[in-house]
Design a protein around this ligand. Structure first.
Ligand code: SIN
Ligand code: MN
Length: 207
């Protein structure tokens, strides 16, 4: 359902079977030949997630996208699987938006995982100006997701994102501040066999 102009929360978008399949694909990627890692950001601090970028690599030191992980091990970002592209496209369409994603940031949060309030603004100017959405899919433990306004000082609403939920922010909501203040440990559906939370955010770098 639409929670504000250009912002949609689809609770339990994914069936249990779809969640299991997606968790397994994510696990294989995270522990694969190009593994997830803990990025160090501009100020020198470590992020509170393990990250793996698909399609394009987001460099936490420069906040720019690149083909190879020059801030970590110089390995190339693994390709974005076709099934992931379709999933994000379909979720965007459910929100009445078009998205041909070419990158996904896959984050793993353990019980202490979190992400400070930020804007997603490292995609191309044209993509952002067009309001092409960010599509987010959550798996495993529930997160307390913060969703603010276009300025950092604006009020922030908190919203629980549970396993299988999809969240879309595009159009006038594309640059809204957001973050994750905490993970609710032990809330993952048991059939996933997942301790912690996985979140995938899909974007389209350019038009
Ligand atoms: C992000 O903003 O990149 C992640 C959001 C989330 O984990 O729900
Ligand atoms: Mn973000």
């Amino acid at each position: 359902m639409e929670i504000g102009p250009g912002a949609f929360h689809f609770a339990r978008y994914l069936s249990s079977a779809d969640q299991i399949a997606l968790v397994n694909q994510c696990r294989a990627l995270i522990d694969g030949p190009v593994p997830a890692y803990v990025p160090v950001v501009r100020g020198g601090g470590k992020m509170h997630v393990r990250m793996l970028c698909l399609g394009r690599h987001w460099n936490g030191r420069t906040y720019a996208y690149e083909t190879h992980r020059t801030d970590f091990d110089n390995l190339p970002a693994p390709p974005l699987p076709a099934a992931f592209v379709r999933l994000a496209h379909d979720i965007a369409r459910a929100a009445g938006m078009l998205l041909a994603p070419d990158l996904c940031i896959l984050n793993y949060y353990d019980a202490d995982g979190r992400m400070g309030l930020h804007q997603d603004k490292d995609e191309s100017e044209r993509s952002i100006a067009a309001g092409l959405p960010v599509v987010s899919v959550s798996l495993g433990d529930t997160a307390r997701f913060l969703f603010g306004g276009l300025r950092r000082k604006e009020p922030v609403e908190s919203r629980l994102l549970a396993s299988g939920d999809a969240f879309v922010f595009g159009g006038p909501a594309r640059l809204r501040y957001h973050g994750v203040s905490r993970i609710l440990p032990g809330t993952a559906p048991p059939e996933l066999g997942l301790v912690g939370r996985l979140n995938l955010t899909f974007r389209q770098y350019d038009l």
